[in-house]
Design a protein around this ligand. Structure first.
Ligand SMILES: Cc1cc2nc3c(=O)[nH]c(=O)nc-3n(C[C@H](O)[C@H](O)[C@H](O)COP(=O)(O)OP(=O)(O)OC[C@H]3O[C@@H](n4cnc5c(N)ncnc54)[C@H](O)[C@@H]3O)c2cc1C
Length: 449
């Protein structure tokens, strides 16, 4: 860390522990994210941990004025390497201290939440007031609201409720060269300006640094009953998902995956208990067709165990060989069988074991190759295989990312699914918000560097 840079940042933040030497042991966790399992790790000039939105603005202003690149960071659970600094020149701007308190307005079904609040904490707090924040990434205990906004995170319940952006009525953000501004606010509807709030959601720290958001809430479901069905193969499981669409049975979640056999989890919920029971019966009937095993889980302990199992899938898969390379491609739901078969075929051709799981109802799979992250050859083969998956997603009319974003690891892949003119428009937006190219440089690039 340059001593001058550290001194300047420490002066701005007025606390000795607010700036970390990037080479210190304390700073190590800030040099990677969940892509560590595929050997992504970076270097930074310093780590700054401001405690207020005004301090975030001061850090951005100073860095922008001195041509120092900035990498915003939430919980560091990203799967795209978006929060990973690259070459040692950047300041990692961690939002962890913008953690509270959330301002709850339960009577109006809304909350103001600072960027550093942990997702699961916010969901638990609003639940205490009988309210529900639907976006529920499986990383919710560690991810932060700011990170969820910056990646427009999804989760098991996006099938019915949509992704994070659907629940945001306003954002507070620091724009270059250091201006704290708000787009939207408490009001549930606002079509007055260009929809800059939506533009910033999912922008992965490349257009501004989010410091907080107004979130829209709904009354918590009175009951939620998962139905778990097992099929002999992926084709039968995919047919069951399509049957759910045909029957109009809107499960809150519609997950699926497997290697060989195929498991589908669909959740029936409702604001009144009878609604949930009726939907449960409908799902049992529709998903029962072709299933070798099916059950509705109604005991609290078995429901908790099911979701714990679901949250642990990623870690369990990683444990097989110590690492994995997973890509969250998305395809139109009727192309799911082709995509699932192609993942196994591509993996086999590159000499890699493969499996998929994910948000089947959304056509969004975590196509995964098992690797030893310490073996360079494994990583290289898995990256070549992933490139084929991006081409496949584009060819099937889908997208290279349905959840995790482009970050560092998917840079350039967007140009496979977009025309040259669309790519140029994407780049013009970036230049407009970040004329010096200092906000998370090298990330979310539409064309190969
Ligand atoms: C076990 C596990 C399960 C997961 N399950 C899901 C899932 O179900 N659905 C899903 O969508 N994702 C999932 N993810 C991926 C990840 O949790 C999400 O992308 C999450 O939204 C990232 O939040 P974070 O706070 O950890 O952000 P980080 O990883 O810290 O950052 C992610 C990106 O956002 C930017 N960023 C972070 N905070 C800000 C801010 N305040 N302002 C501007 N930019 C910012 C960073 O620069 C980076 O580009 C999972 C990850 C893991 C490890």
């Amino acid at each position: 860390m340059s001593a001058a840079l550290a001194r300047e940042l420490a002066t701005l933040l007025e606390r000795s522990d607010a700036v970390l030497d990037a080479t210190s042991a304390q700073a190590r966790p800030y040099m990677t994210d969940a892509t560590e399992s595929r050997a992504v790790r970076g270097r930074a000039a310093a780590v700054a941990r401001p405690a207020t939105a005004a301090e975030v603005a001061a850090v951005v202003r100073w860095c922008y004025g001195h041509d120092v690149p900035i990498v915003a960071r939430g919980g560091g659970t990203g799967y795209a390497g978006g929060a990973v600094p690259r070459d040692g020149s950047e300041v990692v701007l961690s939002l962890e201290r913008l953690a509270g308190p959330a301002q709850l307005e339960p009577g109006a079904w809304r909350a103001w939440v600072p960027a550093g609040a942990r997702t699961a904490d916010v969901r638990r707090r609003v639940r205490e007031h009988g309210l529900f924040l639907p976006p529920d990434p499986a990383s919710a205990e560690s991810s932060m609201i700011g990170g969820n906004l910056a990646t427009n995170a999804g989760g098991p319940h996006s099938f019915k409720y949509g992704v994070t952006g659907a629940w945001v009525t306003g954002v507070q953000v620091v724009l270059a060269p250091g201006d704290l501004v708000e787009f939207g606010g408490r009001a549930r509807k606002d079509v007055a300006g260009y929809d800059l709030r939506s533009l910033l959601i999912g922008s992965e720290g490349t257009l501004g640094v989010l410091t907080g958001a107004w979130l829209r809430l709904i009354p918590a479901p009175a009951a939620a009953v998962p139905v778990r069905a097992v099929y002999p193969n992926a084709a039968a499981g995919c047919r069951a998902i399509e049957a759910v669409f045909a029957a109009g049975a809107v499960g809150a979640a519609a997950l699926g995956g497997g290697h060989g056999g195929f498991v589908v989890i669909a959740e029936a919920d409702g604001t009144r208990e009878e609604e949930a029971w009726a939907l449960r019966d409908e799902l049992l009937e529709v998903l029962g067709e072709g299933a070798v095993e099916i059950a509705a889980l109604e005991e609290r302990a078995e429901v908790a165990a099911l979701w714990r199992w679901r949250e642990g899938v990623s870690l369990a898969v990683t444990a097989q060989r110590g690492g994995k390379l997973s890509e969250d491609i998305v395809v139109p739901v009727e192309r799911l069988p082709e995509a699932l078969a192609a993942v196994l075929e591509v993996g086999a051709r590159h000499g890699l074991s493969a499996c998929s799981w994910g948000h089947a109802g959304d056509g969004n799979i975590h196509a995964t190759f098992l690797i030893d992250a310490a073996a360079r050859d494994d990583v290289a083969r898995a990256e070549a295989a992933a490139r084929e998956l991006f081409e496949l997603a584009a060819r099937l009319g889908g997208a290279v990312s349905g959840e995790h974003g482009v970050g560092l690891v998917k840079r350039g892949a967007l140009s496979l699914q977009w025309s040259a003119a669309a790519v140029a428009a994407h780049e013009r937006v970036k230049r407009l918000f970040d004329p010096k190219g200092l906000l998370n440089p090298g990330k979310k690039l539409a064309r190969p560097a």
